[in-house]
Design a protein around this ligand. Sequence first.
Ligand code: MN
Ligand code: MN
Length: 292
Amino acid sequence: MDIEKLKRAGAIAKEVVAYARGMVKKGMPLLEIADKIESKIRELKANPAFPVNLSINEIAAHATPSANDETRASGLLKIDIGVHIDGYVADTAFSLDLEGDEENKRLIAAAEEALKHGVKEINIGTPLKKIGKAIESAIKSYNVQPIQNLSGHSIEQYDLHSGITIPNYDNHQETEIAQGVYAIEPFATSGLGEVKDGKPSGIYHLEKPGNVRDSFAREVLAFIEEEYATLPFCSRWIHHKFGSRGLIALKRIEEAGLLHHYSQLVEKSGKKVAQAEHTVLLTKKEKIVTTL
Ligand code: MN
Ligand code: MN
């Protein structure tokens, strides 16, 4: 584990969050927001660990603009940013109320308060249920609900979701936290507290090695392997590099069964969702919130 790279990725993510907080305004095209955030990451000498997620209102996560997207920022906007240096990832998110709306504000306050409690509770030896319980009670103290089927996660090099899930409610799991890197990410909703799959997001990751017959699709596949390895990427990035034939090639690669295509995640009862997220590094010597 390269602790220096993890810390640097975290510091860059923090800087990009500050930049995004100042830059994003109601009515801006999501495409412009995504391009600016991802360009800022590259300007700071790192790479996006995944396409910036810009999810509005009842869409909890896994939304990113497509190349021809015309959606504009509005409502309760979640901005989820990933930064990596040689596969060492920082994962952080925040929510913006673009309407001056009381419900939005309450949901955001609940998610942020829950994040504070989650970050405080996570230590080597803490049982998972204890972290979940702290997050759940913080959210419920705002009279809103945690989303139970979204969770934090362990992170390893080039592996964004590497096995351990950090619950956003008391799931009675006794498993204890070990050394490692963890993302804590509470989601608060005024709905029932569950998400379902929505539309295809245009976000993918390479699932298994394989081949495609079409020679241009092979070129695109080689680019994906080289550029993103196993980390998520999106159709917008492929369009940016290869133009619209890139999107056709991407479809061929998907049809060959080599990709996982993420769905948007939508709150089941159609109610609004807020998110907050930090990445925590736990070693025997230290505990560092890399993105704070
Ligand atoms: Mn995230
Ligand atoms: Mn995450």
